[in-house]
Design a protein around this ligand. Structure first.
Ligand SMILES: [Zn+2]
Length: 178
């Protein structure tokens, strides 16, 4: 079990105290919102970036930012043999994968899995192919935050002001109880 990010009871208490306001996008529904903190101090990397501007991230040391590493089980002979087997199962790909029978698809999936084991490259186990460990840890963090908030039917989002703000909202409690 991972260490929780939130003290969920405290978050819920704070939300209970927060003022209710009408949702602009969904009139008649009232929300409660609290400020959780800054991306800069809460996320593992403490950095702000978008997928198209991640130059401020440290490249993964394991794969040097390539997202893949040389496979020490590499075997061209085995890969070739498996490729031949896959082609045989797929009847030389006269039909696309989606139109093959379930049994053929399962067999091909299994062979592809084995093929990965002998392929020249494999996805970096450190950064999951994201090329930066920071990016991967951040992604894990956001996912965990999301799932912790789901327990109290809340969600995270940004604010209109500071781009670093992490806000938490939920539908006002006395509305959901109706
Ligand atoms: Zn890596």
């Amino acid at each position: 079990m991972k260490k929780p990010i939130l003290n969920i009871d405290e978050v819920e208490k704070e939300l209970n105290k927060a003022e209710q306001y009408e949702d602009i996008e969904n009139q008649g529904q009232f929300l409660q919102t609290i400020y959780l903190g800054s991306i800069l101090s809460l996320t593992p990397s403490g950095k702000i970036y978008t997928p198209w501007t991640n130059s401020n991230l440290e490249p993964c040391t394991r794969c040097k930012g390539e997202g893949k590493i040389k496979n020490k089980h590499k075997s061209t002979k085995n890969v070739d043999a498996i490729d031949r087997k896959i082609r045989r199962v797929a009847n030389d790909w006269v039909k696309p994968y989606a139109t093959l029978t379930k049994r053929q698809q399962q067999l091909i999936d299994k062979l592809r899995k084995i093929r990965e084991h002998y392929d020249e490259w494999k996805t970096c186990p450190e950064c999951y192919g994201m090329c930066s460990l920071e990016a991967r840890l951040d992604e894990d963090w956001w996912k965990q935050l999301e799932s912790e908030l789901e327990q109290i039917n809340a969600w995270y989002h940004g604010s209109e002001g500071d781009g670093c703000d992490i806000m938490i909202s939920r539908v006002a409690a006395d509305q959901t109880e109706e």
